[in-house]
Design a protein around this ligand. Structure first.
Ligand code: GAP
Length: 516
């Protein structure tokens, strides 16, 4: 089986080779944790957005969209708690001048004990072969038990320290464990400090502190501050939702793993406003609905799992992550949070404006409770790309690279190719594209042998490949090749629209979410 690290490398290089993702400003050697989406990446990203927006807004009469500005009044971030509490604990190594997240240094140290356990398990497997009982080995092997109890002890200590914001305790832990800078090898550390993750910039017309504004670290606050604008102008009644897709910025210190953790990224967030007391019912509803949205893509059920938060943020009364099995292992893809009335109440307090809804059925005013669904667009992109990229060995022993992207998300829906560049075949291919391009993104491809063209389309995930040959000129039929089965069929040009539509339409995905 392919190693996970190799898989991530393969995804990064495929993404670059075919124009999905480029390092940002690459001609200047790039900018860390910042990426540009290329010609195919932009298409895939738009299709993911479209899938999310359609399923949220078009499919729910009680959910409407919003497109709020990235800049917001600075008080927004005081009210939301981001100015005071959106921090990471940081430590600098005085010799290498490199900055680290102090908790991550400790976590990486703990990880070494996990690696030791893995090595012992691998040795056990090798020694005992088919007779190896992993569960029993983990429970009884003295080395494993010693390492596991060290992990438990250190994890317990770290979580207590983080819960109580004990920066001195964190520094002491780094010293006690003898953690050295991976770059310089030295243990010459500064104290641990809190570092706010928001990017700040200045408004042109003001001086000093008054000029300081932030690039939003989440899109959600744009929804909260517009809650009454939308409710009143849209004549919305609780329960209702506001959906938004947009950029968010975080000065992540440990930014790595390709587009998984970036400093500039995109979120697709929906805030669902409900009656106080009904929030947990809606929380369960959205957790299930969002899970179906992911599973409808057909990447495979095994890619997903839920992680219910045991330790909740002070404003939440329930929270879960939908995790995805990325090339780096299971990690958060989407968060579902029951945020109580925290945000609206805080905005009411800081702005002095009422953030309440008059419920005609209950005949009373209240601040609604909020269920939030928040998924990273870039993480969705990585999930789709990494689960779809496959190296297949074919029956004749040859190999192909195929990107089995869910057809509704594929950058191109169909490639139309003249068998040769002469005899009027290119004109016929273009005529076919002219009939399809109103509904589908089509690619015209006449370069190289037909076999090479098929491989190229497989590699960029085009679900259908149509070949125009001499018979086409006689009877208006073409061959259509299916990316996944590689089967070819001769069909009439008139039928192309229907055949393609059946496969690439988003309808099937949306029906799956509705029905199951
Ligand atoms: N409004 C709630 C919120 O922002 P979050 O868990 O901090 O919650 C939500 O972020 C989602 O945004 C995550 O599940 C992840 O998909 C995405 N995300 C967060 N930070 C990211 C980063 N640095 N790079 C890429 N995606 C990120």
């Amino acid at each position: 089986m392919e190693k996970k690290e190799d898989k991530l490398k393969e995804v990064i290089s495929h993404a670059k080779e075919y124009g999905f993702v480029f390092p940002s400003s690459e001609i200047y050697d790039g900018l860390t944790a910042t990426y540009d989406y290329g010609q195919l990446g932009a298409e895939l990203k738009n299709n993911i957005k479209n899938y999310w927006w359609t399923s949220m807004v078009q499919m729910h009469e009680e959910i409407v969209g919003l497109d709020a500005a990235i800049f917001m009044h600075p008080k927004t971030w005081k009210a939301s708690g981001h100015v005071d509490a959106f921090n990471d604990p940081l430590i600098d190594n005085k010799d290498s001048k490199k900055r680290y997240r102090a908790d991550v240094l400790v976590e990486e140290h703990i990880e070494k004990y996990r690696e030791k356990i893995k090595k012992d398990v691998a040795k056990g497997k090798k020694k005992f072969g088919d007779d190896f009982d992993e569960a029993q080995f983990l429970a009884t092997n003295p080395n494993v038990k010693r390492n596991q109890s060290k992990i438990d002890e250190l994890e317990g200590q770290l979580s207590k320290i983080l819960e109580s914001d004990d920066l001195e305790g964190l520094k002491a832990m780094i010293d006690d464990l003898g953690i050295a800078c991976p770059l310089s090898g030295s243990k010459n550390w500064t104290e641990v400090r809190q570092f706010n993750l928001m990017f700040a910039t200045e408004l042109g017309s003001l001086a000093g502190d008054a000029a300081k504004i932030y690039l939003r670290p989440e899109t959600a606050q744009g929804i909260f501050v517009n809650f009454l604008n939308v409710q009143k102008t849209g004549r919305m009644k609780v329960p209702f939702g506001i959906a938004q897709i947009g950029k968010a910025f975080r000065n992540e210190i440990v930014a790595r793993q390709f587009i998984f953790r970036m400093r500039e990224f995109e979120q697709m967030e929906m805030q669902y406003f409900v009656r106080p007391g009904e929030e947990l019912k809606w929380y369960e509803y959205w957790k299930e609905k969002r899970t179906k949205w992911h599973k409808a893509l057909g990447l495979g059920e095994d890619y997903y799992r839920h992680h219910d938060h045991l330790k909740l943020a002070h404003y939440a009364n329930a929270a879960a992550d939908i995790e995805f099995d990325f090339p780096m292992g299971f990690k958060e893809l989407e968060g579902i949070h029951s945020r109580t009335d925290f945000d609206l109440r805080k905005h009411e307090e800081f702005s002095g404006k009422k953030m309440q809804f008059f419920d005609p059925e209950l005949n009373k005013n209240y601040i609604p409770y909020v269920i939030e669904t928040s998924v990273g667009l870039d993480r969705m992109f990585l999930a789709v790309l990494s689960a779809s990229l496959k190296n297949e060995v074919l029956e004749d022993g040859s190999e192909r690279v195929v990107l089995s992207i869910p057809p509704a998300l594929a950058p191109y829906k169909v490639a139309v190719m003249p068998l040769t560049k002469k005899d009027g075949l290119p004109d016929k291919a273009r005529e076919i594209i002219d009939g399809l391009k109103f509904d589908f993104n089509c690619q015209y491809d006449e370069k190289d042998s037909i076999g090479k063209r098929y491989r190229r389309q497989d590699a960029i995930g085009t679900p259908y490949h149509v070949t125009v040959d001499h018979q086409t000129l006689e009877d208006n039929t073409v061959t259509i090749r299916d990316r996944d089965t590689m089967q070819q069929e001769r069909v009439s040009v008139q039928d192309l629209h229907r055949i393609i539509d059946e496969k690439v339409s988003m309808r099937k995905l949306l029906e799956f979410i509705e029905k199951h």
